[in-house]
Every structure is written in structure tokens, then in C-alpha cells.
Design a protein around this ligand. Sequence first.
Ligand SMILES: Cc1ncc(COP(=O)(O)O)c(C=O)c1O
Length: 462
Amino acid sequence: MTTSFTRAPGADRAIPEAALTGSLRDFRAPAGTDLLGRVEGFFGWQDQRRRHNLWPYAKSTATAPKTHCSAKSDSGQELSGVNFASQDYLSLSSHPAVKEAAIAAVHEYGVHSAGSAALLGNTRHSLKLEKAISDFVHGREVVLYPTGWSAGFAAVQGIVRPSDHVVMDVLAHSCLQEGARAATQNIHFHGHLNVDGLARRLQRIRANDTENGILVVTESLFSMHSDTPNIGAMRAVCDEYNAKLLVDCAHDFGCIGENGLGHLGLQNMVDKADVIIGSFSKTFASNGGFIAVKSRAVAEYMKYYSATQTFSNALSPVQAAVVLASLEIIRSEEGKARRRKLMDNILYMRAEMTRAGLEALGDPSAIVPVRVGAEGLARIASRELASLGAIANLVEYPAVPQGGARFRVQVMADHSREDVDMLVRLMQQAMRTADLEYRSYREADGANNVLAQQWELASNAA
Ligand SMILES: Cc1ncc(COP(=O)(O)O)c(C=O)c1O
């Protein structure tokens, strides 16, 4: 496929400092009585970035999210090229059997479940899916949710009550943090992957409170850093302090490990976590998620006391059929072959990034975070990468630490080595061009400007 990029008409090259600095965090808590008017500041900042092609978010695909695709940026530029920005780790979203399953479900049911699972929203497909996921996770009780986010939120909000405690990794996903906020004010964060820090917090809580519950919350694969906790060590600490352990396995469930059980499987912890959360949106080609617990009592409780289950429309029959068909592949020999191909691509990409002088962060997973550093530099690099014909998502503060902006490259089983080679080459080129341009802005503004401080922060973070 040819690569192309159309620069927005009238976009000038001189970038104002505001478009290279600041972050979403600056606008998180606008003050004043005008609830709606006070968000204008965000739009002003965002629009400066958008006008200079430095707003890499809210892109839309114009073709299927395959290894090569066409897309549009938020400012209407057409992008096309090799695609490392879609979440479809085993490339199942365009698999013929999965598409067939969707079509058959449409013919049988139409397109809508037309109700909450608590009322008349379940279908033959969703009931079958519950059983199939249950079988995959060693016979646990499974509750389905409309999205992975709502499953994560629900698991914490549905279980924890105001006098209980939630202890979570400081990088836990937004759904888990919001679920905790909805449930209690007793939220304690420990350092990322730091089991000693977790133990210290549990010890402190139990020294003052032996009456209430503690839910320890983590992820099997942290998607911004591509790293994994020692789940066995966390389990041991939880047992010592009478706490329950919740593991969100959104990004590795189905796609990592010989049998696709992710790091829970690799660490032999599928049966040891008290609550498992999964998402279908990364590997199972559909919106949706689930909670898997060890008793029917807890599953039934979640159906009526976790808000996003009881008061939200159930998975559609099409979504349930798609996830079922995907799961069937994931558990087959073909699934194993796809996981091997995915891991082969991941390892090859990480090695090639290093060979090209780029830094792949974390551990091997379908997400390869490639360090850029300063936010302004990263915004220019992202613009350049798109213009060269490669699509990859940029993540920056506050999703990752300040000065730690990175490309969050998402690999698929269907990518070829040539696709990987192309991304690495274009990323190297984009970084070089961005470095020159960013340097010129930094130097033009004198020694003590905001960009110099930003650069310094990023250098220290490296
Ligand atoms: C750890 C974690 N949990 C939950 C979600 C939300 O899943 P979904 O996009 O399926 O709603 C994500 C998505 O990025 C995630 O990373």
C-alpha cells in the first residue's frame, strides 16, 4: 500500500510554545461557577496543538484496522500506511470465521440485545459465552459486562464498601481507580510493582483496622509500561494480612502464554487470584469484558450490586457471538500458532528497535512502548511518523510520567517482518527530524525557557 499524508491547509511550521508544552492534567480541575464555560481553556490549548498537527488523538480508521490501514486525524488529515495503533493482537477482527459468526448472529437475532442482563438482555450466545470463558479460566463463575472498563469499575465498586480499603498499584487503570473512588475514601497506592510497598501499606492498615475488608488491585500486564507484577508474591502478602487479590488481565488474556492465559497462566496463578477481570477488546475482536470469581454467591451478587452490570445494556448477540468464535480460535492449534507469530513479531521488533538505537521499554508483550522523552519532542515525532506513513499511538503525561512520553506500539499476529522493518525505519527517521526541529525551538527560546526545563526533566527521567 502506498503511504501518504496530507498536511492541513494553512498549517504553518512555527509552533507556539503552548502546543509543545502543558498536559491534559492542567485542565482536569477547572474552577468557577460556569460549569460549561470553564472548559474553554482546554479547547484553546488542544486546538493550538490540532492546528499544528500535534494532536495525535481521536484518529478514525477509514478502512478495517488491519496491519495496513487508512485513517483520518482529528484535524481531517488523511493518513495511510503500516498500522501499529490498533488493538487486535491476534488479528481476529478480520478473521473469516469471526466475521461469519457475526453475520450468523445478525441473521438469527438482529443486532441488539435490547436490555440489561438483569432483565431480558441475555441471549443464547451470551449464556454460551459465560460458560466458555468459565471453562477457559478453570471453572470459575463468570459475569459478562458491556465493556472491559465497566467490568473493572464494577469489580471494585461492587465488592468494596465505604469502610473497606482498596490498595492499588499507582499505575492501575482508570476503571479500577474510578471503581475504588465510587466505593470508598480508603484508597492506598503503592509504588509500581512494589510488593514491599504493598506489604507496608497492608501492615499499616491492619495495625488500625482488623474489622473491614481490603481489596488489593493490580494488573497482569500494565499497558503503558508493558510490565508485570510478581502475582505469587502479592498473593502471599494478601494472605498474611487477610486481603483479597484482584487481577485485571485486559492486555495479555488470550494472547500471551502457550495456552493464552497470560501472565496469570505463566505464573500459575489462575486459581490463586480471588477476582479476575478481562477485556475482549484487545484480543477477542469485540467490545466487552468479564469478571471471574470463585463462587456462585459472589457472581450473583455482582449481577445485582455492580452498577454497570445491573443498569447497563448487555453485550449484543453479535458481540457475544464474535467473542465466542474468537475464543474458539484462541483455544485451538491455530490460536497457539497466532500467539507464537505474535511473540515472534514482538521479539523481532524489540531487537530491531534496539539495533536502530531506539529504546523499547518493559517486557515483551503485544505492546512495545518506545521511549521518546520530552512531550514537545514526542508531539513533533508523532506528527513526523504519521507524515512518513506509519500509524502508532503516542502516550504522554499524565498517562505516563512527565518526561516519559512514548510511542505505544501495538503489534498484531498478522504483521510481517517487513511491516516491523518499515515501522522501525520510519520511527528512526521521525525521531531524527523531530530532534532537529525540537532542538531549534528549544535553542531559539533561550536557556531558561519552558522547553529547556521540559528537556531537562526528560533527560533526568531517562
Ligand atoms: C487494565 C485495563 N482494564 C480495562 C481496560 C478497558 O477495557 P475496554 O477498552 O475493553 O473497555 C483497559 C483498556 O485499555 C485496560 O488497559
